[in-house]
Write a protein that binds this ligand. Sequence first.
Ligand code: SF4
Ligand code: SF4
Length: 225
Amino acid sequence: MNTVEQQLNMQKALYREIFLKSVDEIQKRLEELRPDGVDGELLDTYASESAGRKWQEKALTVLNDEISHDVYRKLHEILAYREMFKCQGCATCCRLACSEFSPEELKLKAANGDNFAKQFTSVFIPYESIEEAETVYPEYIELLRGKVEGDVYFYHCPKLTEDNRCSDYENRPQICRDFPDNPLAVLPDKCGYRAWKDEINPVALMLHSMVEIIDFYKEKLKEVL
Ligand code: SF4
Ligand code: SF4
């Protein structure tokens, strides 16, 4: 098994494991808020002014003010620690980004308000062919060939100059500023953030999984409130 494949598989397995633990923790915290006499589930529909509705309102407040606050504070600490490491300017991350979504699907997601898709489509454009993408990171393309279920699409950013500089650095989107703080980013060995990512990985995965779960609950609670 090559090292890129190992990285990706281990990362996915770890993220799944941590995600399930985070679900348990958040559910436990929200369950503690359940008022006496309420038998239903948090995301059930309750009458206004009922105890169930008050539970939902309280849960939303705790998710916004307590849990989110803590999670984002820790994420900022991790990003601040990244400043101790340095990008080596290889530009692999600007030359090769992959997604399970086609350009059309990404555009549709962006039009429907998906923030990541909006940022992604604001900079990345698709490669003409897998062979073209292969010239950038051959071992990564080799890994994905036949080992990933479903389609994978490869993209690159036209804002990158020939000398590996970002031509719109001041206006680059948040996904570029945060890179490689992304749960499933697989970094080349030469990446200057590889040591940082290895060190913060378990905590970062836990925090990213919590953001996913918090966003899910917030969205669902807004629908029933
Ligand atoms: S892959 Fe790493 S070292 Fe290379 S440009 Fe991206 S962040 Fe910098
Ligand atoms: S906008 Fe700049 S930093 Fe972001 S992918 Fe393009 S070249 Fe790289």
